[in-house]
Design a protein around this ligand. Structure first.
Ligand code: BGC
Length: 259
């Protein structure tokens, strides 16, 4: 079984067909820069372009960088505010002509890591943090997802965590790995205190640089970089497309007990 996975990000929209049994990409991914401003119609056009590029007419799963409840966008930290209240699933179904399922991008990456990556077979509380333009989080307990947990926006010292600890903040302020690493450590320490996770998986582009900043992370929790790195968003979105096939599979059951 296969599905087209599409990861909608702040700078690029990436897609590839995915083998749902193995998590492997069935073709090299296609990447198109995210239209700016990132409003609904231009993004929907890019999603359709990617489907067309792969001559796709099956199920599509999309990871989206915001709160997504039943296909409807509920927040807009790094995208156009015009998205709020838009039924992204209905919009993408219209432009692609395919069945589309939309989920939060960090939830998608988390689903992929729990199924095929660093969280495979892990019970207890597992927290995935994706570090990019935003700070995305996915929280699992015994393999079940708590969707849309949005821990990138917890307030620390009166500041939205994402504004000082994301990769965008590191680039924007030209921070050294040490300076940024200490900020990120403060963020992780706060999450550790609040959730006592058994495992933290770090994903997103910057996780490739884990060796450059791991020395500044003092948390006690077991921690590992994501295994699927940049592909997690695509693979997880494709896995989420499975939820289209059966109303019996809710998003939180994709990893554990989906049958
Ligand atoms: C958004 C999240 C998203 C994360 C990563 C945050 O700003 O609020 O929904 O998962 O960025 O893209």
């Amino acid at each position: 079984m296969e599905a087209l996975g599409i990861d909608i990000g702040g700078s690029g929209i990436k897609g590839a067909p995915v083998d749902l049994a193995t998590g492997e990409l069935l073709a090299p991914r296609c990447r198109i820069p995210t239209p700016q401003p990132a409003k609904p119609e231009p993004i929907a056009d890019v999603v359709a372009e990617i489907a067309k590029y792969f001559s796709w007419n099956g199920s599509i799963g999309c990871g989206f960088p915001a709160i997504v409840r039943h296909g409807v966008i509920g927040s807009a930290a790094n995208i156009s505010k015009k998205w709020i209240g838009v039924d992204a699933e209905a919009l993408f179904r219209q432009t692609t002509g395919c069945p589309v399922h939309v989920v939060n991008d960090a939830d998608a990456a988390g689903i992929a890591e729990m199924t095929f990556g660093a969280g495979q077979g892990r019970n207890g509380v597992v927290l995935i943090v994706t570090i990019g333009t935003g700070l995305g989080t996915a929280l699992f307990t015994d393999g079940y997802l708590v969707p849309n947990c949005e821990l990138g926006h917890i307030e620390i010292n009166g500041q939205d965590a994402e504004t000082f600890a994301s990769d965008a903040a590191r680039k924007r302020e030209a921070l050294s790995w040490k300076k940024w690493g200490k900020r990120f450590n403060l963020y992780l320490t706060t999450l550790e205190k609040l959730f006592s996770p058994d495992l933290i998986i770090l994903g997103g582009g910057v996780s490739k640089e884990f060796d450059a900043f791991r020395q500044y992370l003092t948390i006690q929790t077991e921690m590992t970089p994501a295994a699927l790195l940049n592909e997690a968003g695509i693979v997880g979105a494709a896995l989420a497309a499975r939820a289209i096939e059966s109303v019996d599979i809710s998003l939180s059951r994709l990893v554990k007990g989906a049958g």
